[in-house]
Write a protein that binds this ligand. Structure first.
Ligand SMILES: C[S@@+](CC[C@H](N)C(=O)[O-])C[C@H]1O[C@@H](n2cnc3c(N)ncnc32)[C@H](O)[C@@H]1O
Length: 290
């Protein structure tokens, strides 16, 4: 079963018009895309994802609404040309549900996102291009590894972990890396000690902070007046960026903030889908052409 995170909240804040044009920047497994498409009549939704395999999955999962969906492979930084290639300058609503999908994390061990199953240390969302996680851990200086685990993973024990990584090189697989981290730092709370390290490496490999910056810059410019932008994030560093951008849009009179405080999933949702528990959702509505 696939539960799109905070679907009711996202859909209601997007205020879908049956004839509107929507951009799902993170189609993933097609959960939100399908729910948007379901509400359309003459409208359409552009389902975008940088991961071609995920896009295939989204296509299969939303086949019943395929006539209202345009599937597109691309990164946030390419969104302007994505909507232009579908014949639009602006859209009525834009949704971004950040991070990785359950498919990438759990169902595709060969993609190397998870420490729970063995796989190659890859972690690239756009397959086949750019640096892999193995390149990063095996060829980066210890201090740079420590900095990225500390900054992106919000991991206090980053220096110890980086030292252990460098000593254990070459690191060949996800299980090998998880084991190195586990031996370097003791298990404290509920989280596996490698959780934050894996998250940090994934964010670095995919330049997720840079991609989010570009999404927040470009997104508002792609919206019609009255158009809505909804962002769901899972890291406090990401939510902070979204909050600051939305506040700046509000201050400049370009948008109205629709969520004074971030919305979080209901207890019912977190018990049904525990990974949703760290989700924070923020939304704005554009005031005029920007
Ligand atoms: C949490 S999942 C989305 C799940 C989706 N909302 C659903 O209901 O099935 C996030 C997706 O965003 C994609 N993604 C992450 N960063 C991206 C970027 N910079 N550009 C395009 N897609 C990105 C990932 O490949 C992943 O499939």
């Amino acid at each position: 079963m696939h539960f799109p995170v905070m679907a009711d909240e996202a859909l209601s804040l997007l205020a879908i018009k049956p004839e509107g044009v929507y951009l799902d920047c993170t189609a993933g497994m097609g959960g939100h895309t399908g729910l948007i498409a379901q509400r359309l009549t003459t409208g359409l939704v552009i389902a975008n994802d940088r991961d071609g395999e995920s896009l295939d999955l989204a296509r299969a999962n939303t086949a019943q609404y395929a006539d209202r969906i345009r599937y597109h492979q691309g990164k946030f930084s390419e969104l302007r040309s994505t909507i232009q290639s579908e014949g639009f300058q602006r859209v009525d609503g834009l949704l971004a549900d950040l991070g990785v999908s359950r498919y990438q994390l759990v169902e595709a061990p060969q993609r190397g996102f998870s420490f729970l199953t063995d796989g190659p240390l890859d972690m690239r969302m756009t397959q086949g291009t750019g640096m892999t996680a193995a390149d990063l851990v095996n060829f980066t200086a210890e201090k740079a590894i420590a900095d990225l685990i500390y900054q992106l993973g919000e991991e206090r024990r980053a220096r110890k972990i980086a030292r252990a990584i460098v000593r254990a090189r070459p690191i060949r697989s996800t299980s090998h890396l998880a084991d190195v981290v586990l031996r370097a730092v003791p298990r404290t709370g509920r989280l596996h000690p490698a959780t934050k390290t894996f998250m940090a490496l994934r964010m670095a490999v995919n330049d997720e902070p840079g991609e989010l910056d570009r999404l927040l810059d470009i997104g508002p410019e792609l919206l019609n007046s009255g158009g809505r932008m909804v962002v769901i994030s899972f890291m406090s560093s990401e939510d902070r960026k979204v909050k600051e951008k939305f506040r700046a849009l509000g201050r400049d009179g370009r948008a109205e903030i629709l969520t004074k405080h971030p919305l979080q999933p209901s207890e019912q949702e977190t018990s049904q889908n525990p990974p949703s528990r760290s989700a924070k959702l923020r939304a704005v509505m554009m005031n005029g052409a920007s």
